[in-house]
Design a protein around this ligand. Structure first.
Ligand code: ZN
Length: 356
């Protein structure tokens, strides 16, 4: 039951599509020989040979030298031809959008900022044309924004929130991060948790009750967002920028006051969601090690002893996280189709007991 609910894998063309995607996602992690692909993916050598010749012909993959690590006759290493395609990432920055173009491995090749305004749509299309120079195929775009942007593009696009994009960038850099809780802490607060290779947004997190008072944008009182958001901190301290807020000792007490409700919300969310660890992303991620230590101590003290090892990490992608993650979202959606593969893996896991 349910096995064929989204794609009939017994059909040869679908099976081929899946195997192509598996090869691409394996090569995305690094160059690999055909023999090694066959072993890792459990697909016979003849099929791997056919898939690889076809994709070499199409220009999607290319030879990357000889594999000298394996015993016997060295096989040829294959890798993604990163220049064969492009994706766009468009990031909503409030008063402007930043537009970036990336290769098939998610490396940002160029980026430019465009002010919002009446001429925006025309300027965007001209910029895309300029950035698309050459014959690389454009696979699609991801747009990082909390709201519908109304942007119209000549290729498919998908929307992602800033916090999801930041979380994607961490996963790309650090590995799977199963059950990690990501807190995007900038002007607003947003949370995402990663479960079974999927990013799950947690829209209630910024509106957890943190104190008695404080008007929140949601209409409620005393939400975490009202007590600890970056916007709240900038407004109440009068600091000119995040750099000044986080780099200036006079603001330490104000930040600590925001860390208390943050710690309470984190401790509650970690327990409710069985999160394994926490990564802070966004502008506030730049806060000092001393602030991280303060937050860690409070969260650990609020958690039951069995969970007190939950660690709070600083973002590893830093300020580029949202841009990197948006490009990855476009690649995942329109080139590597990672969602299809992870759904398939989930089904395979469930199906195994019935097959045996
Ligand atoms: Zn609220």
């Amino acid at each position: 039951m349910g096995y064929n609910s989204f794609m009939d894998f017994s059909r040869p063309d679908n099976a081929r599509t899946i195997n192509r995607l598996k090869v691409l996602s394996e090569l995305r992690m690094g160059a690999c020989s055909k023999a090694e692909l066959s072993r890792r993916l459990d697909i016979n050598k003849v099929s791997i040979g056919e898939i690889c010749s076809k994709m070499t012909e199409e220009g999607l993959i290319e030879s990357a030298g000889k594999d000298l690590s394996a015993p016997g006759r060295p096989g040829t290493l294959l890798s993604i031809n990163s220049k064969a395609g492009r994706v766009f990432s468009i990031e909503d920055g409030g008063k402007s959008f930043s537009v970036a173009v990336s290769d098939l491995l998610g490396r940002i090749l160029r980026y430019e900022r465009l002010p919002k305004g009446d001429a925006f749509q025309d300027q965007l299309l001209r910029l895309i044309e300029k950035m698309s120079a050459g014959d690389a195929r454009i696979y699609g775009a991801a747009i990082a924004s909390e709201t519908e942007t109304g942007i119209s593009l000549p290729f498919p696009s998908v929307r992602i929130t800033h916090s999801e994009a930041e979380a994607e960038a961490e996963v790309a850099r650090l590995g799977d991060l199963e059950s990690f809780l990501f807190i995007s802490w900038s002007d607003c607060i947003a949370a995402t948790i990663r479960k079974r290779e999927m990013m799950i947004p947690l829209p209630d997190f910024p509106h957890m009750k943190a104190q008695k008072e404080g008007n929140c944008s949601c209409g409620g009182q005393g939400c975490l967002e009202a007590a600890a958001s970056g916007r709240h901190l900038l407004e109440t301290t009068g600091a000119e920028s995040y750099r000044s807020l986080l780099g200036n000792a006079v603001y330490t007490d104000a930040i600590k006051r925001a860390l208390r409700p943050m710690a309470a919300a984190l401790a509650e969310a970690v327990q409710a969601l069985s999160a394994s660890s926490v990564i802070i992303t966004g502008r506030m991620a730049m806060m000092s090690d001393e602030m991280y230590a303060y937050l860690q101590t409070m969260v650990s003290s609020l958690l039951p002893p069995a969970r007190s090892d939950v660690t709070i990490y600083r973002s590893s992608a830093g300020e580029n996280g949202a841009r990197e993650g948006t490009a990855l979202k476009a690649l995942d959606t329109f080139f590597y189709n990672t969602e299809l593969l992870s759904r398939l893996r989930a089904i395979e896991k469930i199906s195994v007991p019935f097959l045996i």
